[in-house]
Design a protein around this ligand. Structure first.
Ligand SMILES: Cc1ncc(COP(=O)(O)O)c(C=O)c1O
Ligand SMILES: N[C@H](C=O)CCC(=O)O
Length: 425
């Protein structure tokens, strides 16, 4: 019997994958192995093309293999791959980030979203001289120790939101609260306010499926932080440059002290960033005592790809197009589900969506997400895959659109869903 690609990979790679969600343990079956991708489609080793709503988990906001990005990386590569010394392109990138996200006055480039959030909370702790961190249940901020507590995304999908290996003494300093519940935040600050360094929040949760903030929630976090001298960190690794050019903070009209970025900022290369108010950021080395470093940080290929991506998202009408496509997809899916008598609740923000097999509407809380019909989601996922539609392989991940998704792509996705819904009843 011939071995599958997953079986071959599993002989050398732990679980056959280099990041858990893509193993398909959240939906069963074997993952697609991708050979190439173009525009809205990925081309898999089974010879089929799939309309892709994962988009590499966010970075491919302009569609796959954008020539501008590829050419920028090729040009940069001819000049050298890494120098471990400053380059002008890093200044260009930092300037661009500060212009697009006005709350960022100073920035530090890193190599992933995980590094960005890890640095942000160390900075908040160093700046305030306090140790406790507040995060929200089902939110995912990468896999650093302090943040792998009641975490979303793969940690939730795999059933290990509190990872073994995180020292209990450290996890104890991470206070996890329900998202969209300001009363519990107020209560936590009443009790421990003078020990809390920061609140870190996904301004739109995208790692417990997609759950936007309720009216007043982000504003309330800002007020509470200001009152207690804590730092408000928006983890915009997923939402940055997506919901609006200036990310969720522009979309929601709420300005954090510190912002973390990843995904889109690197145009598909491994890049992250942490930025914020100058006074806070200058606590980082070499100006301040809070240490942070990276051999490959500010890598010229990553900067070139990221800058080309910044040009793409700055094109007039880019975000309006993304919002229109998201609305078209979500309203089409909702109508198709209603016609088939399938209870489906949909959350959407520009370029991101969440499908919940539940009668409850709207879905605003982690407890509601957990109560959804996961088995029905799995059958939906596989039905859609058969029809050539690639959705995130977990009920706890958001879907992503790109500017390459045409109306025809969206309409054929809705047609496919219409067929699949009839088999889900
Ligand atoms: C909101 C958020 N923060 C942080 C991370 C971590 O980023 P990375 O996977 O690049 O380490 C992710 C994604 O994984 C994310 O979605
Ligand atoms: N939800 C995660 C990123 O946003 C999924 C990516 C991964 O863990 O591989």
């Amino acid at each position: 019997m011939t071995q599958s690609l997953l079986e071959k990979a599993s002989q050398y790679i732990v679980g056959g994958v280099n990041s858990p969600v893509r193993a398909f343990t959240g939906v069963g079956g074997e993952p697609l192995f991708v050979e190439s991708a173009q525009g809205s489609r990925i081309h898999a080793s089974d010879g089929r093309a799939y309309i892709d709503y994962v988009g590499s988990w966010g970075p491919m906001i302009g569609g796959h293999s954008r020539p501008e990005v590829i050419e920028a990386v090729q040009r940069a590569a001819t000049r050298g791959l890494s120098f471990g010394a400053p380059t002008e392109v890093e200044t260009e990138m930092a300037k661009r980030i500060c212009e697009i996200v006005p709350s960022i006055e100073r920035v530090r480039m890193v190599n992933s979203g995980t590094e960005a959030t890890m640095t942000a909370i160390r900075l908040a702790r160093g700046y305030t001289g306090r140790d406790r961190v507040v995060k929200f249940e089902g939110h995912y901020h990468g896999h650093s120790d302090s943040l792998l507590v009641k975490a979303g995304s793969g940690a939730l999908t795999q059933g290990v939101p509190n990872s073994p290996g995180v020292p209990a003494g450290l996890a104890e300093l991470t206070m996890t609260l329900p998202f969209n519940d300001l009363d519990s935040v107020r209560a936590a600050f009443r009790e421990k306010g003078d020990e809390i360094a920061c609140i870190i929040v996904e301004p739109v949760a995208g790692n417990m499926n997609c759950v936007p903030p309720i009216a007043g929630f982000l504003e309330g976090l800002k007020e509470i932080c200001a009152e207690h001298g804590a730092i408000l960190i928006f983890d915009e690794v997923m939402t940055g440059f997506r919901l609006a050019p200036g990310g969720a903070q522009q979309w929601a009209g709420v300005t954090p002290d510190v912002t973390t970025l990843g995904k889109v900022v690197g145009g598909g290369m491994p890049v992250g960033a942490v930025g914020g108010r100058r006074e806070i950021m200058e606590h980082l080395s070499p100006l301040g005592p809070v240490y942070q470093a990276g051999t490959l940080s500010g890598n010229p290929l990553g900067m070139a790809a990221g800058l080309a991506m910044m040009d793409i998202i700055s094109e007039p009408g880019f975000h309006q197009g993304l919002e229109d496509s998201t609305r078209r997809l979500c309203s089409g899916l909702k109508l198709a589900a209603d016609d088939a008598g399938i209870p489906l609740s949909i959350n959407q923000v520009p370029g991101m969506f969440g499908l919940f097999f539940t009668k409850e509407e709207p879905v605003e809380r982690f407890s509601q997400v957990q109560a959804c019909d996961i088995d029905r989601f799995k059958r939906f996922f596989h039905g859609m895959l058969e029809q050539g539609i690639y959705l995130a392989p977990s009920a706890f991940e958001a879907g992503f659109l790109s500017s390459a998704h045409s109306d025809e792509d969206i309409d054929s996705t809705v047609d496919a869903a219409r067929q699949v819904f009839t088999r889900l009843a």
